[in-house]
Design a protein around this ligand. Sequence first.
Ligand code: IMP
Length: 177
Amino acid sequence: MNKLENAVERILIPEDKIAARVKELGAQISKDYAGKNPIIVGMLRGAIIFYGDLLKNVKIPCTLDFMCLSSYNGTCSTGEVRFLLDLRGSIAGRHVIIVEDIVDTGLTLDYVLKNLSHRGAASVAVCTLLDKPSNRKTKVPVKYTGFEIENEFVIGYGLDCDELYRNLPYIGVYKNR
Ligand code: IMP
């Protein structure tokens, strides 16, 4: 049988560790943004599971919106970022928190932040589940990071390879066959 787990070389971050860290991030955001009614923006599709779990741990009033960008082809960044879906509402005067699955080269985030900088937000911050700092090509400000990881291609908990494996409940290193 073609099992999901067959694509995993090893489990990098198990479910319980992810849940504990997501709880901490939610608590920190709730504290930092108390009284600010932030808009929490989920980056589709990789951040969806992290986004849902994070929201359950954000205990202050907030509104939600989504963006979808694309720059990856299989396990390689194309370096070319494309907008597939923009925010539905205005962010003028609002405190924005961008929720990402992973910051790798930083090119996607750089593109998003430059694009949003013309829209009059009161503040824009980034919350990423994973950070691969060794592969950075451009400097990007990240306020909240779940885990720093080595330069390995990972799947699961929303992260894909060619759109597969997002539904693995943990983060695993992709087995390159
Ligand atoms: P960046 O523009 O290189 O920072 O790439 C950001 C996007 O690339 C992320 O939002 C992911 O969708 C994808 N990505 C980068 N590294 C990985 C990985 O190890 N596994 C799965 N997707 C990745």
